[in-house]
Design a protein around this ligand. Structure first.
Ligand code: AMO
Length: 434
């Protein structure tokens, strides 16, 4: 008999079906057994009358919660059953993977404990929906890129020299030489512009040796990167990102809104264009006016500043997104292009969603002499990055792009407070297993 998914049972009333899943709950009553069966598509009530079949009764007596089972039975209408108004009368049951009696986690176990038993934690249907949402997000991203002339690249994650600054680098022994894990595909996506690929994207892992324990930092995460040629400013990159994000929202809304509402209690609002854009200098004034003193040594917004800015933007524009633009050169990498008329400011931006930074982007400096001067000014060892600087010596078009934290975006999309909850297997300073 072919397998039926629980979500499709409605169309099978009166028929015999084969179901595969986990014994979510088992209720042993005087004359009846009730089993709630779970597969990745939902939950259904199974029922067995004890005296009808002793052999079946014996099997069910031995069944532990969370065992993997295959069941055959007849689907019957029962409006009193809360789970979909139907139930399945068991005719055959096969315990294909018995579960040990003591399940090491409970629904209310602490997050750290649940992460140690991630395979069990992921069995929750809400957790499955997180990764289903991620799948739809990535599919939508790709659709939009393909409709707009992008091609996909896979750049190496083993590098002979750092891709961003020297900090946050994982170093490893590479046949007796030093190698590094890529912190970003930055240099290699720009190489595609020098190669004439025009528009590229990559979804892949990046590594940051940040000894950070916050709810929004991981040492390995999935970065979504794009780079596009023949742009005249960072404004065009922001325009592109807005359009791309709205497309993603529409796809998630049309495919998953019902499930998101019932499992996450979340209503999605498709953001309106244009998204507000505020230069960093002005953003800092807004934050300080609302009574928060920014730390003097770092010319950036701190997390509290980002939260207050989001509050201001919501009150003023009723918008959950804000682009913060024109960062000073001290806090931007050497490859960001500078404003012609204001050479201490870069043509760059961050995108915040409800106060969380999800993107960094910029127009890049593609003029060799200027790029070299900017690298020297930042104190970089030119020898190590000469291969990168060479990209700009034989005809490179003006270009720009962004890096987007997929996990952070997903966190906001599904309304979770911690990056650990939306990462399949989180990697942090204290997390290398499972
Ligand atoms: P940046 O370093 O800002 O920029 O990274 C881009 C985006 O990645 C996410 N992010 C993180 N997510 C989880 N854990 C972390 N430790 C972490 N660090 C960053 C954020 C961030 O906005 N090369 C540039 C991008 C570019 O200019 O194209 C870069 O890597 O969402």
């Amino acid at each position: 008999m072919i397998r039926t998914f629980i979500k499709d049972l409605k169309g099978q009333v009166g028929n015999s079906v084969r179901l595969c899943g986990w014994a979510d709950r088992i209720r042993n009553q005087k004359q009846l057994f009730f089993i709630i069966l779970r597969d990745h598509t939902g939950l259904v009530q199974l029922i067995h009358e004890k005296k009808s079949d002793q052999e079946l009764t014996d099997i069910i007596i031995s069944l532990n919660r969370e065992s993997a089972i295959e069941v055959e039975g007849r689907v019957i209408d029962n409006p009193q059953v809360k789970l979909g108004g139907l139930e399945v009368v068991i005719s055959k049951i096969n315990i294909t993977g018995a579960s040990a009696e003591d399940i090491p986690i409970k629904a209310d176990s602490a997050l750290e404990h649940r992460l140690n038993w991630r395979f069990l934690d992921l069995r929750l249907l809400e957790n499955y929906l997180i990764f289903k949402t991620q799948t739809v997000i990535e599919q939508a991203m790709r659709e939009h890129w393909l409709n707009n002339g992008f091609i996909e690249i896979h750049s190496p994650k083993l590098m002979g020299s750092p891709s961003e600054s020297g900090a946050e680098l994982f170093e490893l022994d590479y046949f007796g030489k030093k190698a590094y894990l890529a912190q970003s595909p930055q240099f290699y996506k720009q190489m595609a512009m020098a190669a004439g690929f025009d528009r590229v994207f990559e979804i892949g892992p990046v590594f940051r040796a940040e000894p950070s324990f916050t709810a929004r930092h991981a040492t390995e995460f999935t970065s979504v990167d794009i780079e596009m040629s023949w742009v005249n400013s960072h404004e065009e990159i922001m325009d592109f990102e807005e359009e791309w994000l709205c497309y993603i929202f529409q796809r998630v809304e049309s495919q998953l809104s019902k499930e998101m509402r019932s499992l996450f209690g979340r209503e999605l609002t498709i953001p309106k264009r244009p998204f507000p854009r505020i230069p960093l200098l002005e953003a800092k004034e807004i934050v300080e006016k609302s009574g928060h003193q920014l730390p003097g040594d770092k010319p950036d917004l701190d997390p509290e500043g980002e939260r207050l800015l989001a509050k201001y933007v919501w009150e003023k524009f009723r918008h959950e997104f804000v682009f913060v633009t024109d960062y000073p050169i001290e806090i931007r990498p050497f490859y960001h292009m500078r404003h012609n008329n204001q050479p201490t400011l870069t043509k760059s931006f961050d995108l915040l969603w409800r106060g969380l930074e999800i993107t960094t982007g910029a127009q890049r400096e593609h003029r060799y002499d200027r790029l070299l001067a900017q690298a020297k000014e930042k104190g970089l060892t030119i020898e190590g990055i000469q291969y990168y600087l060479d990209f700009f010596r034989w005809g490179c078009p003006p270009h720009g792009g962004f890096g987007f934290g997929l996990t952070r975006f997903l966190m906001q999309m599904v309304g979770r407070k911690n990056i650990r909850e939306v990462t399949y297997l989180y990697r942090g300073p204290n997390h290398l297993r499972p």
